[in-house]
Write a protein that binds this ligand. Structure first.
Ligand SMILES: [Zn+2]
Ligand SMILES: [Zn+2]
Length: 313
């Protein structure tokens, strides 16, 4: 494992995000790095892979800067880069929900250990809320979690509103989690505005939980927004809970449909991807279809991500 995949965020005001974008990118260009770093006036959200020899240099780059003091950098080993290229971008919002969020109203953070204990207590007035999209939560989730059937970040506010009409928010304690923690930071104020009094956010998200508590109370694997797409949360984590859409055997690898106009996400096994020429359905086999050779060996970037990236914020 010669590479490391790093994920962190900071919510700290950046007065001149453009200056920070330039500075950050300039430094990363001196390293063997690839990834996606978003910089906004509200903070930074970063996912990147580094050659192991450069990890320390990058961590000390962050440590030297007060604004990154709160960064909880989660690190996974990897045999290769988890991104195609390096992009350091300015964003209006770190999580694209198209609304102002009052970050002073965030929920309380609880550690992975506290999270596990809270789950083991099993309190009838507590809900476990997965705030990720449906294509993420279908490959892995915490036992008993409410999993919204949403496809983009933008749909979360409407989901939250509906949830608050179905259960009494003033009597419900919410245990909230996402991949790395940042979505909880931005969604918890929305829930507070809807009347939820007690919100507990899993600090560092499922990534940190897997590193510290292993797969306790977790089912399946973890969806991530990089070339790996689906990863185990810990060394022991091997469970697959989804099926190949064609042959119904166990499969948790995502592919994009080879039809460029469809490009839809599909869970499939390698044999069926080959047999179906990389297409998600019969009608996709005609038209603009990519060759599938590269697809089978490395299932690569996918629609949801490029869709979100394309959004002009
Ligand atoms: Zn199959
Ligand atoms: Zn298709």
């Amino acid at each position: 494992m010669d590479y490391s995949v790093l994920a962190y965020y900071v919510l700290h005001p950046f007065d001149d995000p453009k200056e920070e974008r330039d500075r950050h990118e300039k430094f990363l260009r001196t390293l063997d790095s690839k990834g996606r770093i978003y910089i906004a006036s509200q903070g930074v959200n970063a996912q990147l892979s580094l050659n192991n020899r450069d990890v320390e240099a990058y961590l000390s780059f962050l440590e030297k800067d007060e604004r990154y003091k709160e960064a909880d950098v989660k690190i996974h080993p990897s045999s290769e880069h988890a991104f195609h290229k390096l992009s350091v971008k300015l964003r209006k919002e770190l999580v694209a929900i198209n609304q102002e969020v009052d970050l002073t109203k965030r929920g309380a953070h609880i550690s992975p250990k506290e999270w596990r204990e809270a789950m083991e207590k099993g309190d009838p007035n507590t809900i476990v809320l997965d705030v990720r999209n449906n294509y993420e939560s279908c490959v892995g989730y915490f036992e008993g979690a409410i999993r919204p059937d949403i496809e983009t970040f933008r749909e979360f506010p409407a989901f939250a509103k509906e949830l608050s009409s179905k259960i009494d928010p003033s009597k419900t304690r919410v245990l909230m989690y996402c991949t790395g923690g940042i979505r909880c930071e931005l969604y918890s104020p929305l829930l507070k505005d809807l009347g939820f009094k007690e919100i507990l956010q899993l600090k560092g998200g499922v990534i940190r939980y897997g590193l510290e508590e292993g797969e306790a109370h977790w089912r399946g694997k973890l969806f991530v927004f990089d070339d790996r797409l689906v990863i185990p949360i810990s060394k022991e984590n091997k469970e697959t809970i989804t099926l190949c859409r064609f042959c119904q055997t166990s499969a948790d690898t995502y592919y994009n449909c080879a039809n460029m106009d469809c490009n839809g996400l599909m869970l499939a096994c390698p044999a069926c991807v080959e047999k179906e020429r990389g297409c998600c359905q019969e009608s996709c086999k005609s038209g603009r279809v990519r060759s599938i050779e590269t697809k089978i060996s490395c299932p690569k970037p996918f629609r949801k991500l490029s869709f979100d990236e394309k959004q002009k914020l």
